[in-house]
Design a protein. Structure first.
Length: 343
Protein backbone atom coordinates (compact mmCIF):
# COMPACT_ATOMS: atom_id res chain seq x y z
CA UNK A 1 0.00 0.00 0.00
CA UNK A 2 1.11 3.58 -0.58
CA UNK A 3 1.53 4.33 3.13
CA UNK A 4 4.01 1.47 3.54
CA UNK A 5 6.21 2.31 0.54
CA UNK A 6 5.95 6.10 0.55
CA UNK A 7 8.82 6.72 3.02
CA UNK A 8 11.18 4.81 0.73
CA UNK A 9 9.87 6.58 -2.37
CA UNK A 10 10.22 9.97 -0.69
CA UNK A 11 13.78 9.12 0.35
CA UNK A 12 14.61 8.21 -3.26
CA UNK A 13 13.11 11.53 -4.37
CA UNK A 14 15.16 13.42 -1.78
CA UNK A 15 18.30 11.69 -3.06
CA UNK A 16 17.52 12.74 -6.63
CA UNK A 17 16.98 9.15 -7.77
CA UNK A 18 14.70 8.40 -10.72
CA UNK A 19 11.91 5.88 -10.14
CA UNK A 20 8.48 4.73 -11.27
CA UNK A 21 5.50 3.45 -9.31
CA UNK A 22 3.34 0.45 -10.19
CA UNK A 23 -0.15 0.27 -8.63
CA UNK A 24 -2.75 -2.50 -8.68
CA UNK A 25 -5.84 -0.69 -9.97
CA UNK A 26 -8.22 -3.60 -10.51
CA UNK A 27 -8.44 -7.28 -9.64
CA UNK A 28 -10.71 -10.11 -10.80
CA UNK A 29 -11.11 -13.42 -9.02
CA UNK A 30 -8.39 -14.51 -6.64
CA UNK A 31 -5.48 -12.09 -6.54
CA UNK A 32 -2.29 -12.18 -4.47
CA UNK A 33 -2.38 -8.46 -3.59
CA UNK A 34 -5.38 -6.13 -3.13
CA UNK A 35 -6.30 -3.07 -5.16
CA UNK A 36 -4.13 -0.15 -4.07
CA UNK A 37 -0.97 -2.21 -3.60
CA UNK A 38 2.05 -0.21 -4.75
CA UNK A 39 5.57 -1.10 -5.83
CA UNK A 40 8.36 1.41 -6.36
CA UNK A 41 10.97 0.68 -9.05
CA UNK A 42 14.20 2.66 -9.03
CA UNK A 43 16.17 3.27 -12.22
CA UNK A 44 18.85 0.79 -11.08
CA UNK A 45 16.27 -1.98 -10.59
CA UNK A 46 15.94 -1.67 -6.81
CA UNK A 47 12.34 -2.18 -5.69
CA UNK A 48 10.14 -1.66 -2.65
CA UNK A 49 6.64 -3.00 -2.10
CA UNK A 50 4.87 -5.55 -4.26
CA UNK A 51 2.00 -5.91 -6.73
CA UNK A 52 1.68 -9.68 -6.82
CA UNK A 53 3.96 -11.30 -4.28
CA UNK A 54 6.41 -12.34 -7.01
CA UNK A 55 4.27 -13.69 -9.86
CA UNK A 56 4.58 -10.74 -12.26
CA UNK A 57 7.15 -8.47 -10.64
CA UNK A 58 9.81 -9.12 -13.26
CA UNK A 59 7.52 -7.96 -16.08
CA UNK A 60 6.42 -4.94 -14.06
CA UNK A 61 10.03 -3.95 -13.39
CA UNK A 62 10.85 -4.17 -17.09
CA UNK A 63 7.81 -2.04 -18.00
CA UNK A 64 8.67 0.47 -15.27
CA UNK A 65 12.26 0.90 -16.46
CA UNK A 66 10.93 1.44 -19.99
CA UNK A 67 8.48 4.02 -18.64
CA UNK A 68 11.28 5.89 -16.89
CA UNK A 69 13.20 5.92 -20.17
CA UNK A 70 10.37 7.22 -22.39
CA UNK A 71 8.23 9.07 -19.83
CA UNK A 72 5.03 7.28 -20.81
CA UNK A 73 2.57 5.72 -18.35
CA UNK A 74 1.50 2.14 -18.99
CA UNK A 75 -1.42 -0.10 -18.10
CA UNK A 76 -0.57 -3.78 -17.76
CA UNK A 77 -2.92 -6.75 -17.50
CA UNK A 78 -1.94 -10.14 -16.16
CA UNK A 79 -4.13 -13.23 -16.41
CA UNK A 80 -4.02 -16.69 -14.93
CA UNK A 81 -1.19 -18.93 -16.08
CA UNK A 82 -2.69 -21.99 -17.78
CA UNK A 83 -1.17 -25.27 -18.91
CA UNK A 84 -0.98 -23.86 -22.43
CA UNK A 85 0.78 -20.67 -21.31
CA UNK A 86 3.07 -22.01 -18.62
CA UNK A 87 6.02 -19.99 -19.97
CA UNK A 88 4.05 -16.73 -20.03
CA UNK A 89 4.06 -14.18 -17.23
CA UNK A 90 0.88 -14.46 -15.19
CA UNK A 91 -0.80 -15.38 -11.95
CA UNK A 92 -0.80 -18.89 -10.54
CA UNK A 93 -3.73 -18.16 -8.21
CA UNK A 94 -6.36 -18.16 -10.96
CA UNK A 95 -7.12 -14.43 -10.94
CA UNK A 96 -6.40 -11.38 -13.02
CA UNK A 97 -4.90 -8.00 -12.12
CA UNK A 98 -4.49 -4.63 -13.79
CA UNK A 99 -1.38 -2.60 -12.97
CA UNK A 100 -0.80 1.07 -13.68
CA UNK A 101 2.83 2.16 -14.16
CA UNK A 102 3.59 5.86 -13.64
CA UNK A 103 7.04 7.18 -14.57
CA UNK A 104 8.73 9.59 -12.15
CA UNK A 105 5.53 10.69 -10.33
CA UNK A 106 7.36 12.68 -7.66
CA UNK A 107 9.36 14.64 -10.23
CA UNK A 108 6.24 15.49 -12.22
CA UNK A 109 4.19 16.47 -9.14
CA UNK A 110 6.74 17.65 -6.58
CA UNK A 111 4.46 19.94 -4.55
CA UNK A 112 1.69 17.36 -4.38
CA UNK A 113 4.15 14.70 -3.21
CA UNK A 114 5.50 17.09 -0.60
CA UNK A 115 1.94 17.52 0.68
CA UNK A 116 1.44 13.74 0.79
CA UNK A 117 4.67 13.40 2.79
CA UNK A 118 3.47 15.98 5.32
CA UNK A 119 0.03 14.38 5.61
CA UNK A 120 1.42 10.90 6.20
CA UNK A 121 3.96 12.19 8.70
CA UNK A 122 1.05 13.70 10.66
CA UNK A 123 -1.01 10.49 10.21
CA UNK A 124 -3.69 12.40 8.32
CA UNK A 125 -5.78 10.50 5.74
CA UNK A 126 -5.79 11.39 2.04
CA UNK A 127 -7.11 10.04 -1.24
CA UNK A 128 -4.93 10.38 -4.35
CA UNK A 129 -7.16 10.47 -7.43
CA UNK A 130 -5.55 9.80 -10.83
CA UNK A 131 -7.37 10.52 -14.08
CA UNK A 132 -6.29 7.50 -16.10
CA UNK A 133 -6.92 9.29 -19.41
CA UNK A 134 -5.14 12.57 -18.72
CA UNK A 135 -2.72 11.50 -15.93
CA UNK A 136 -4.04 14.43 -13.88
CA UNK A 137 -3.77 14.09 -10.10
CA UNK A 138 -6.02 15.37 -7.33
CA UNK A 139 -5.25 15.08 -3.63
CA UNK A 140 -8.32 15.02 -1.38
CA UNK A 141 -8.59 15.17 2.42
CA UNK A 142 -11.70 14.54 4.56
CA UNK A 143 -13.78 17.70 4.94
CA UNK A 144 -12.90 19.04 1.49
CA UNK A 145 -15.27 19.25 -1.46
CA UNK A 146 -15.29 16.05 -3.52
CA UNK A 147 -14.47 16.96 -7.15
CA UNK A 148 -15.77 13.61 -8.37
CA UNK A 149 -19.33 13.95 -7.13
CA UNK A 150 -19.06 11.76 -4.05
CA UNK A 151 -16.95 8.95 -5.52
CA UNK A 152 -13.89 9.91 -3.48
CA UNK A 153 -15.92 10.21 -0.28
CA UNK A 154 -17.40 6.76 -0.85
CA UNK A 155 -13.98 5.23 -1.42
CA UNK A 156 -12.64 6.87 1.72
CA UNK A 157 -15.67 5.82 3.78
CA UNK A 158 -15.02 2.22 2.76
CA UNK A 159 -11.27 2.71 3.27
CA UNK A 160 -10.96 0.93 -0.09
CA UNK A 161 -8.96 1.95 -3.15
CA UNK A 162 -10.89 1.51 -6.40
CA UNK A 163 -11.25 2.45 -10.05
CA UNK A 164 -14.36 4.50 -10.83
CA UNK A 165 -15.91 6.09 -13.93
CA UNK A 166 -17.12 9.68 -13.54
CA UNK A 167 -18.52 11.61 -16.52
CA UNK A 168 -17.23 8.92 -18.84
CA UNK A 169 -13.63 9.12 -17.58
CA UNK A 170 -11.77 6.48 -15.61
CA UNK A 171 -10.20 7.51 -12.33
CA UNK A 172 -8.17 5.50 -9.85
CA UNK A 173 -8.71 6.43 -6.20
CA UNK A 174 -5.85 5.40 -3.95
CA UNK A 175 -7.09 5.63 -0.37
CA UNK A 176 -4.45 6.26 2.29
CA UNK A 177 -6.28 6.14 5.62
CA UNK A 178 -4.95 6.98 9.05
CA UNK A 179 -3.23 4.11 10.81
CA UNK A 180 -5.74 1.69 12.30
CA UNK A 181 -4.90 1.61 15.99
CA UNK A 182 -5.96 -0.77 18.76
CA UNK A 183 -5.68 0.75 22.23
CA UNK A 184 -5.61 -1.94 24.92
CA UNK A 185 -6.36 -0.60 28.39
CA UNK A 186 -4.83 -3.05 30.84
CA UNK A 187 -1.58 -4.96 30.40
CA UNK A 188 -3.24 -8.18 31.55
CA UNK A 189 -2.62 -11.75 30.40
CA UNK A 190 -5.15 -11.41 27.55
CA UNK A 191 -3.30 -8.36 26.22
CA UNK A 192 -0.22 -10.44 25.34
CA UNK A 193 -1.84 -12.58 22.59
CA UNK A 194 -4.17 -9.71 21.66
CA UNK A 195 -1.21 -7.52 20.71
CA UNK A 196 0.17 -10.36 18.57
CA UNK A 197 -3.12 -11.01 16.78
CA UNK A 198 -3.80 -7.30 16.26
CA UNK A 199 -0.41 -6.68 14.68
CA UNK A 200 -0.86 -9.70 12.40
CA UNK A 201 -4.03 -8.16 10.93
CA UNK A 202 -2.45 -4.74 10.48
CA UNK A 203 -3.26 -2.74 13.61
CA UNK A 204 -0.83 -0.42 15.33
CA UNK A 205 -1.03 -1.39 18.99
CA UNK A 206 -0.94 0.75 22.14
CA UNK A 207 -1.05 -0.70 25.66
CA UNK A 208 -2.14 1.61 28.47
CA UNK A 209 -1.67 0.72 32.13
CA UNK A 210 -0.74 2.91 35.12
CA UNK A 211 0.33 -0.10 37.20
CA UNK A 212 4.09 -0.53 37.11
CA UNK A 213 3.97 -4.25 37.88
CA UNK A 214 1.86 -4.89 34.79
CA UNK A 215 3.40 -2.31 32.44
CA UNK A 216 6.45 -4.38 31.55
CA UNK A 217 7.25 -4.74 27.83
CA UNK A 218 9.30 -7.89 28.58
CA UNK A 219 6.02 -9.75 29.13
CA UNK A 220 5.22 -9.37 25.43
CA UNK A 221 7.05 -11.71 23.00
CA UNK A 222 5.52 -9.53 20.28
CA UNK A 223 5.83 -6.02 21.77
CA UNK A 224 3.18 -3.33 21.26
CA UNK A 225 4.10 -0.32 19.16
CA UNK A 226 3.64 1.92 22.18
CA UNK A 227 3.47 1.44 25.94
CA UNK A 228 1.85 4.25 27.94
CA UNK A 229 2.34 3.94 31.70
CA UNK A 230 -0.32 6.39 32.86
CA UNK A 231 -3.92 6.59 34.00
CA UNK A 232 -6.40 6.78 31.10
CA UNK A 233 -7.01 10.50 31.60
CA UNK A 234 -3.34 11.23 30.92
CA UNK A 235 -2.72 8.35 28.52
CA UNK A 236 -5.46 9.38 26.10
CA UNK A 237 -3.87 12.82 25.81
CA UNK A 238 -0.98 11.01 24.08
CA UNK A 239 -3.05 8.62 21.97
CA UNK A 240 -5.35 10.08 19.27
CA UNK A 241 -8.89 8.67 19.51
CA UNK A 242 -10.08 8.85 15.89
CA UNK A 243 -12.58 6.99 13.75
CA UNK A 244 -9.75 4.56 12.94
CA UNK A 245 -9.13 3.78 16.63
CA UNK A 246 -10.44 0.69 18.44
CA UNK A 247 -10.44 0.44 22.24
CA UNK A 248 -10.41 -2.73 24.34
CA UNK A 249 -10.78 -2.21 28.10
CA UNK A 250 -9.46 -5.21 30.03
CA UNK A 251 -8.27 -4.37 33.55
CA UNK A 252 -11.32 -5.43 35.66
CA UNK A 253 -10.49 -2.41 37.84
CA UNK A 254 -13.33 0.17 37.84
CA UNK A 255 -10.90 2.97 38.73
CA UNK A 256 -9.22 2.37 35.37
CA UNK A 257 -11.96 0.82 33.24
CA UNK A 258 -14.71 3.32 33.99
CA UNK A 259 -12.53 6.35 33.25
CA UNK A 260 -11.31 4.78 30.02
CA UNK A 261 -14.88 4.04 28.93
CA UNK A 262 -16.05 7.57 29.73
CA UNK A 263 -13.30 9.05 27.58
CA UNK A 264 -13.84 6.58 24.73
CA UNK A 265 -17.61 7.19 24.70
CA UNK A 266 -17.02 10.93 24.26
CA UNK A 267 -14.82 10.28 21.21
CA UNK A 268 -15.48 9.04 17.67
CA UNK A 269 -13.61 5.73 18.07
CA UNK A 270 -14.88 2.91 15.87
CA UNK A 271 -15.10 0.26 18.58
CA UNK A 272 -15.33 0.06 22.37
CA UNK A 273 -15.14 -3.32 24.08
CA UNK A 274 -15.05 -4.09 27.79
CA UNK A 275 -14.07 -7.29 29.59
CA UNK A 276 -16.32 -8.62 32.35
CA UNK A 277 -19.31 -10.81 33.12
CA UNK A 278 -22.87 -9.74 32.38
CA UNK A 279 -23.28 -8.78 36.04
CA UNK A 280 -20.16 -6.60 35.82
CA UNK A 281 -21.43 -5.07 32.58
CA UNK A 282 -24.76 -4.19 34.18
CA UNK A 283 -23.07 -2.46 37.13
CA UNK A 284 -20.74 -0.62 34.77
CA UNK A 285 -23.60 0.62 32.60
CA UNK A 286 -25.53 1.80 35.65
CA UNK A 287 -22.52 3.83 36.74
CA UNK A 288 -22.14 5.34 33.29
CA UNK A 289 -25.81 6.35 33.28
CA UNK A 290 -25.32 8.18 36.57
CA UNK A 291 -22.55 10.31 35.01
CA UNK A 292 -24.71 11.33 32.08
CA UNK A 293 -24.45 8.72 29.33
CA UNK A 294 -27.63 7.67 27.54
CA UNK A 295 -28.71 4.17 26.62
CA UNK A 296 -27.82 5.07 23.05
CA UNK A 297 -24.28 5.89 24.15
CA UNK A 298 -24.01 2.64 26.08
CA UNK A 299 -25.03 0.60 23.05
CA UNK A 300 -21.60 1.42 21.63
CA UNK A 301 -19.95 -0.76 24.28
CA UNK A 302 -19.39 -4.39 23.30
CA UNK A 303 -19.61 -6.19 26.59
CA UNK A 304 -18.86 -8.89 27.40
CA UNK A 305 -16.11 -8.19 24.88
CA UNK A 306 -15.47 -10.52 21.94
CA UNK A 307 -17.52 -12.86 19.77
CA UNK A 308 -19.21 -15.69 21.63
CA UNK A 309 -17.03 -18.63 20.58
CA UNK A 310 -16.89 -20.30 23.97
CA UNK A 311 -13.41 -18.90 24.60
CA UNK A 312 -11.66 -19.91 27.82
CA UNK A 313 -7.89 -19.41 27.57
CA UNK A 314 -6.26 -15.97 27.19
CA UNK A 315 -5.40 -16.83 23.59
CA UNK A 316 -8.97 -17.86 22.77
CA UNK A 317 -10.39 -14.73 24.41
CA UNK A 318 -7.91 -12.57 22.48
CA UNK A 319 -8.94 -14.33 19.27
CA UNK A 320 -12.62 -13.63 19.99
CA UNK A 321 -11.81 -9.95 20.60
CA UNK A 322 -9.84 -9.40 17.41
CA UNK A 323 -12.50 -11.28 15.43
CA UNK A 324 -15.20 -8.97 16.80
CA UNK A 325 -13.09 -5.90 16.00
CA UNK A 326 -12.62 -7.04 12.39
CA UNK A 327 -16.34 -7.77 12.12
CA UNK A 328 -17.22 -4.30 13.40
CA UNK A 329 -14.68 -2.66 11.12
CA UNK A 330 -16.10 -4.30 8.00
CA UNK A 331 -19.68 -3.52 9.02
CA UNK A 332 -18.91 0.15 9.68
CA UNK A 333 -17.25 0.56 6.28
CA UNK A 334 -20.23 -1.01 4.49
CA UNK A 335 -22.71 1.19 6.37
CA UNK A 336 -20.68 4.33 5.65
CA UNK A 337 -20.70 3.65 1.91
CA UNK A 338 -24.45 2.96 1.96
CA UNK A 339 -25.09 6.23 3.81
CA UNK A 340 -23.16 8.25 1.24
CA UNK A 341 -24.82 6.42 -1.66
CA UNK A 342 -28.30 7.26 -0.37
CA UNK A 343 -27.32 10.88 0.16
Amino acid sequence: MLREVFPTLWAWNSEGRRFATATVTQTWGSSPRPVGSVMGIRDDGLICGSVSGGCVETAVIEASLAAIADGQARELNFDEVTDDSVWDVGLSCGGKIQVRVDPEPALAHQELWRTIAAKLEADQPVVLATNLATDGLTLWSPGEMDPLGGAIQAAYAARKSSEVIVDGQRHFLNVVASRERLVIVGSVHIAVPLVKFAKEVGFETVVVDPRGAFANPERFPVPPDQFVVAWPGKAFEQVPLTSDTYVAVLTHDPKIDDVALEIALKSQVAYIGALGSRVTQAKRREHLRTVGFSDGDLQRIHGPIGLDIGARSPEEIALSIIAEIVQVKRSLRTKAVATIATG
